[in-house]
Design a protein around this ligand. Structure first.
Ligand SMILES: [Zn+2]
Length: 300
C-alpha cells in the first residue's frame, strides 16, 4: 500500500533533542512537470528540490515564500523550487540538451551554486544564503546550508520519480545552557546514530511506506511522535499584472514587433503553462504615458 501523498508531516523524538519532517508530493509534483518534457535526471533533480523546499518551509519560521534557486554553467542553467508558508509549491528547470548517454547527476549543474531565499510577506526581509554545489547531491548541499547559516545540524534524504517526490529531514535541536556535559555527549551519540540510520533509507521506502511504518522501521529503538499531515498543493503566482510588468521591461519596440508578427502577444508561464494574451489595445495600454512602471524582469 502506498502512503497518501501531498502531505507534510512533522515528527519529534520523545526522548532525544531531535525533530523532523517527512513529505510526499503527488498531484502537486505532477502538476509541476506535466507541461514539460524534462529528461529523467532533470526531473529527478527538480523533484528533489521541490520536496526539499516543502521540508524547509516546514522547518523554518517565516510568512512568505521560500525559494531554492540552483544556477550553474552545466546543461541545467537554472532550476527553481518554491514553497510558501501555506505549503503552496511550484518549480521549473531551464536546460539545454543533455550530453548523450545517461549523464551523471553531478554533470547537470557544473560548478554551480544553490541559494536559499526567503521573501517575507508584508515587505519583510529578503534573506539569502548561498552554498556552492560541492557534491552532486542536493541533500548534501542543503545539509551544509543548515549547518552554516542556521546552526542547525541536519540530515536530509530526497528522492523523486515520475509520480512522486519525497523527502525526510532530521534536525538536531540545541540543548541550551541547561544541558550537562554528559547529556551533550549522549545527544551527540544519538545524533550520529540517527544520521547513520537515515542514510540507509532506500528511495522506494521513502516514497512508498506509510509514515508511521517508515519511522518505526528506520528508528526501531526510538519513541517518535508523528503529527497529522498538512496539505501541500501546486499553486502558481503568475498574474496579468506580473506579465504586463515583464512586457514593459522588455520595451515598446520589442513588444510592438512581436505584435506585428503575430497579431497579439502571448506569454506562457513557465511554471503552470497558463497563456497570458495581450492584443493591440492591451499593448497600447502598456506603453501609454499613464501606465505603471515596469517590474524588474525575471522569474516572478
Ligand atoms: Zn503560472
Amino acid at each position: 500500500m502506498t502512503a497518501p501523498g501531498d502531505l507534510l508531516h512533522r515528527f519529534l523524538f520523545e526522548r532525544l533533542p531531535v525533530r523532523g519532517h517527512l513529505v510526499r508530493l503527488d498531484a502537486s509534483w505532477r502538476a509541476a512537470i506535466e507541461h514539460h518534457s524534462y529528461p529523467e535526471p532533470v526531473a529527478a533533480a527538480l523533484g528533489e528540490a521541490m520536496a526539499a523546499s516543502a521540508l524547509m518551509a516546514g522547518a523554518l519560521k517565516f510568512e512568505g515564500r521560500l525559494s531554492l534557486p540552483v544556477q550553474g554553467p552545466g546543461p541545467v542553467r537554472l532550476m527553481l523550487a518554491q514553497c510558501t508558508h501555506r505549503h503552496a509549491i511550484r518549480g521549473v528547470a531551464r536546460h539545454d540538451a543533455l550530453p548523450p548517454g545517461a549523464p551523471a547527476a553531478d554533470g547537470l549543474f557544473g560548478d554551480g551554486q544553490l541559494a536559499v531565499t526567503i521573501e517575507q510577506d508584508e515587505g519583510g526581509e529578503r534573506y539569502q544564503g548561498v552554498v556552492p554545489l560541492v557534491t552532486a547531491r542536493l541533500a548534501d548541499c542543503l545539509e551544509q546550508y543548515f549547518e552554516r547559516s542556521e546552526q542547525l545540524p541536519s540530515r536530509l534524504v530526497l528522492a523523486a520519480g515520475p509520480d512522486r517526490a519525497a523527502g525526510l529531514l532530521l534536525q538536531r535541536v540545541a540543548l541550551g545552557e541547561a544541558g550537562s556535559e554528559s547529556e551533550r555527549a549522549e545527544a551527540d551519540d544519538a545524533w550520529r546514530r540517527l544520521g547513520l540510520l537515515a542514510a540507509t533509507l532506500a528511495p522506494k521506502e521513502l516514497a512508498d511506506l506509510p509514515c508511521h511504518e517508515l519511522l518505526r522501521r528506520l528508528f526501531p529503538e526510538d519513541d517518535i511522535r508523528l503529527f497529522e499531515g498538512m496539505p501541500v498543493f501546486f499553486q502558481c503566482t503568475c498574474s496579468r499584472e506580473r506579465v504586463a510588468g515583464i512586457l514593459q521591461a522588455l520595451g515598446g519596440p520589442e513588444v510592438y514587433s512581436l505584435l506585428e508578427e503575430r497579431g497579439d502577444v502571448e506569454v506562457r508561464c513557465e511554471f503552470c503553462n497558463r497563456a497570458w494574451r495581450f492584443d493591440a489595445v492591451d499593448v497600447a495600454g502598456l506603453f501609454s504615458p499613464g501606465s505603471t512602471q515596469p517590474a524588474p524582469p525575471g522569474l516572478h
